[in-house]
Design a protein around this ligand. Structure first.
Ligand SMILES: C[S@@+](CC[C@H](N)C(=O)[O-])C[C@H]1O[C@@H](n2cnc3c(N)ncnc32)[C@H](O)[C@@H]1O
Length: 301
């Protein structure tokens, strides 16, 4: 492992290897990860298909050998119940990465895992086994946006939300409560003075909230950088503002176009990004160069 944390850097490579080589135990305040979802799609720069193959077999054997015991036992049981197929291959990829992310998190740290309803139930069990079920702090439902195009033709309830699983490492976690502004004309019943606003709940992206609609359905979005799975900055602003302080260290091990890093930089946090695609790293680096932190250098210390 290299001695110095690669702060404010975007590392190119497989995050499992990068985490093991570059990130020491208990050094990170906040982790947000938006990994492939097991969607079965081929994106221009990465494949989100997980057929069971030699790589999965080797990763499975490695997890069983290295442990920890509970996630390994969970996957061994799933293998008996579901067989060695796409679901097991995907979870075999995710499990050791979640174990490493837990290792690098500070005792006061938080982790947010962005996924969708196809895999969220398995991922939640994995996280329960790694963090302990008592450290599950909630599930955020993010409404992706308005419905149009091919989605409207689906013969089912149209999927229009993602899931963000939220865990903390101990009871000493950071949480800055966020309030939304009251709508115009609101007055506190029987009380004078300014109300603090509405405390944020766990359903995000309803029509009244600005900036939270997926940028992919907004052809006019100025945020759009051409990365197929890019998330809105407003989504990450909330997570970074609520679960870290200025100068804290934020890690995104599947950083793509660098949305988390951009939010962290603007909010005067330190950050580390990782991605296996050189196109993503180049795109995120270019994006970060253009951001000015809200606090002047030194003001956050
Ligand atoms: C869903 S995208 C993340 C999008 C990002 N949140 C954004 O706003 O642009 C997932 C990213 O994970 C990267 N990736 C996939 N497997 C990886 C691995 N083993 N190590 C590092 N990055 C990986 C892909 O290249 C892709 O950019």
């Amino acid at each position: 492992m290299t001695a110095k944390l690669p702060v404010n850097q975007i590392l190119l490579g497989d995050n499992l290897d990068l985490l093991r080589r570059h990130v020491p135990d208990a050094g990170v305040d906040l982790i947000y990860l938006d990994p492939p979802f097991q969607s079965g799609q081929d994106y221009v720069h990465f494949r989100d298909r997980w057929p069971w193959d030699k790589t999965s077999e080797a990763a499975f054997a490695d997890l069983v050998e290295r442990g920890p015991q509970k996630p390994a036992a969970f996957l061994q049981n799933l293998r008996e119940l579901l067989g060695a197929g796409d679901t097991l291959a995907y979870l075999t990829m995710m499990a050791p990465r979640l174990v490493e992310l837990y290792r690098v998190l500070k005792p006061t740290g938080s982790l947010y895992l962005h996924c969708d309803p196809g895999m969220s139930h398995y991922l939640k069990v994995l996280l329960d086994l790694i963090f302990g079920p008592e450290y599950f702090r909630g599930e955020i439902v993010w409404r992706i946006g308005w419905i149009s195009g091919f989605k409207t033709r689906a013969r089912k309830w149209i999927r229009n939300h993602d899931v963000i699983l939220y865990y903390v490492k101990s009871r000493r976690f950071t949480f800055n409560k966020i309030h939304l502004n009251h709508t115009y004309g609101y007055q506190r019943r029987g009380k004078a003075g300014k109300a603090p606003g509405i405390p944020l709940e766990d359903v995000w992206g309803l029509s009244t909230e600005e900036g939270l609609t997926s940028i992919h359905i907004m052809s006019f979005s100025r945020e759009k950088l051409g990365w197929p799975t890019q998330k809105p900055e407003a989504l990450l602003d909330r997570i970074v503002a609520a679960s870290s302080h200025p100068l804290d260290l934020v890690l995104d091990p599947f950083c793509g176009s660098g949305t988390t890093l951009a939010a962290a930089e603007r909010l005067s946090r330190r950050w580390i990004g990782m991605d296996i695609s050189s196109e993503a790293v180049a795109l995120a680096q270019k994006r970060l160069e253009k951001i000015t932190p809200l606090l002047p250098p030194g003001a956050a210390s």
